[in-house]
Design a protein around this ligand. Structure first.
Ligand code: CIZ
Ligand code: SF4
Length: 319
């Protein structure tokens, strides 16, 4: 505990000294989220993180999340320095969609509008017509469908299938998945529902279809947090990274949140549903974030310019 508060005090002083702001994702360790809030930074989903970083006056952004979030911040604010606790924090969706293979796939389907999820490299975004996050994927694809466009979707096949089903659009899917959400099991959620009959089921659409079908609410992280606040239920079963419980519990101190079971887990597994890359953001690597030379985000300028176009479309998109 003493060590933790020493670290926190040191990081607070450093942020001030360097005119830097800490932007953390909902899936990071609660202690990082707490620190972001205490220092005037923000805790958010990837879209809000990008917006916050762009609007905040600090010269340096410290992005506690995974690499694509740092890259997006750099693309949107090329004049700012973007540092991350570690550049090794990546994402299975990003890894599973290499830019060269993806570009070939796009070349094979020139008649399709390319929509990529934010969880991709700058090079993949540069090849896209649209970037979306889970909070606006449905709205964007619905809009494109109305315009008569056929979609090529990458990389998350579960989110893509969900979007396809909800909008009825013609969607061709890349075969990618999130290693965290893919593990949630419908059977385990049904067992938990039997145990807590009053609980509402909140599901992130990166989960498999059978899990999505059990949901009372399907949505992005910020949409699920909002659902926890607004639904009358006192209990919830939540199928997304358990880092989100920090914000849910903070907003709803009287409500009870159960993590949805994953493969091989008992009905109340607390060690799973936790992204290993998000977990790499810790107090120790945050404390020396300004000293190291291996943790700054750089994006090739030409690439950044290309990736900026679909990103700008996302930020400017209105229903
Ligand atoms: O699963 C992720 O990495 C999510 C939900 C990112 C985000 O905030 O859009
Ligand atoms: Fe990627 Fe899944 Fe981790 Fe999110 S939770 S960063 S989608 S691996």
């Amino acid at each position: 505990e003493q060590e933790k508060s020493d670290y926190k005090a040191r990081i607070k002083a450093l942020l001030q000294q360097h005119n830097a702001v800490l932007v953390a994702h909902y899936y990071t360790d609660p202690i990082i989220q707490e620190l972001a809030e205490e220092t005037g930074g923000c805790v958010a989903d990837s879209l809000e993180m990008a917006r916050f970083g762009k609007e905040h006056p600090a010269d340096t952004l410290i992005v506690a999340g995974v690499k694509f979030m740092g890259e997006t911040a750099k693309i949107l604010t090329p004049h700012k320095r973007v540092l991350m606790p570690t550049l090794e924090a990546t994402c299975s969706l990003d890894i599973g969609c290499p830019a060269d293979e993806f570009s070939e796939f796009c070349d094979q389907h020139p008649d399709r509008t390319v929509v990529v999820y934010a969880n991709t490299s700058a090079a993949v975004k540069a090849r896209a017509d649209w970037v979306v996050t889970s909070s606006i994927a449905l709205d964007v694809v619905e809009h494109l469908d109305k315009c008569g466009e056929k979609i090529l979707w990458a990389p998350d096949k579960h989110l893509g299938a969900y979007v396809q089903k909800q909008t009825g659009a013609d969607v061709l899917l890349w075969d990618g998945a999130c290693i965290v959400h893919e593990e949630f099991k419908a059977r385990g959620i049904e067992d938990l529902k039997a145990l807590y009959p009053g609980a509402a089921v909140l599901v992130h659409p990166e989960s498999p279809q059978a899990v999505v079908e059990l949901a009372d609410v399907v949505g992005s992280t910020s949409q699920l947090i909002q659902a926890a606040e607004t639904l009358p239920n006192r209990e919830f079963i939540v199928a997304t990274d358990q880092g989100i419980f920090f914000k849910m519990q903070q907003r709803c101190p009287d409500k009870v949140f159960h993590v949805a079971p994953t493969a091989g887990s008992g009905a109340s597994c607390r060690s799973c549903a936790n992204c290993p890359w998000m977990a790499m953001n810790a107090l120790d690597n945050l404390a020396d974030v300004f000293e190291r030379t291996d943790n700054e985000i750089f994006v090739d300028e030409a690439l950044a310019e290309q990736a900026m176009r679909p990103l700008r479309r996302m930020l400017e998109f209105k229903k």
